[in-house]
Design a protein around this ligand. Structure first.
Ligand SMILES: [Zn+2]
Length: 194
């Protein structure tokens, strides 16, 4: 389903079962997998790669250089970035063009979630099933299953595939357990951050 007000480039690929809602734009060279939901007003820049079963909520912006693996959740108004040294003009005063810079790459691994309004700085990896709190500024890589929050986002703990907090379950080797669904995961201790 592609809403008539959406703008999907004929040079983009959109998989079967994917819904593209009002006023969304999917640019040339972008690849979107199957059974995704692309919400109202979402912007998907050229050459972005998106897996299957991905939900992107209203007004989120996914810029060139970003890859979202299967099952990723992108909350409303999330912004990715791809330029570490943003300038409109070159030092000699000319408008910067694509020839003047290379977008950095950002990878969001399977199942990770980004809360509403999060901003992701360029060149980062957000691990599998990680959870980024609403309004966070993600300024460093996020480990698998990590819960990060704040500006800049700090590593506060771990979450399960079901999204609930994991508790350390003792024993050797960093076992973490979910009291909601009883799954266990082996994860490093949460590193203290300065
Ligand atoms: Zn769980």
């Amino acid at each position: 389903m592609i809403h008539p007000s959406a703008e999907v480039s004929p040079r983009a690929r959109v998989g079967k079962g994917t819904q593209v809602w009002n006023e969304a734009q999917i640019r040339e060279g972008a690849v979107v997998g199957e059974s995704c939901i692309i919400g109202k007003g979402v912007y998907i820049d050229r050459d972005v790669v998106i897996g299957s079963n991905v939900k992107i909520e209203n007004r989120a912006s996914v810029y060139r250089g970003v890859t979202l693996e299967d099952g990723v959740f992108v909350g409303p108004h999330v912004s990715f970035t791809n330029d570490r040294y943003p300038r409109s003009v070159t030092p000699d005063g000319r408008l910067r063009t694509d020839a003047d810079w290379e977008p950095e790459r950002t990878l969001v691994r399977e199942g990770a979630s980004l809360g509403a309004g999060a901003v992701v700085l360029p060149g980062l990896v957000i691990g599998r099933w990680a959870m980024v709190g609403a309004g966070s500024l993600v300024a460093r890589d996020v480990p698998d299953h990590a819960l990060v929050m704040g500006s800049p986002a700090r590593h506060l703990g771990y979450v399960c595939k079901c999204g609930r907090r994991l508790e350390p379950s003792g024993g050797a080797g960093g076992q973490w357990r979910c009291s909601e669904c009883d799954r266990s995961f082996e994860l490093a201790p949460v590193a203290s951050e300065t």
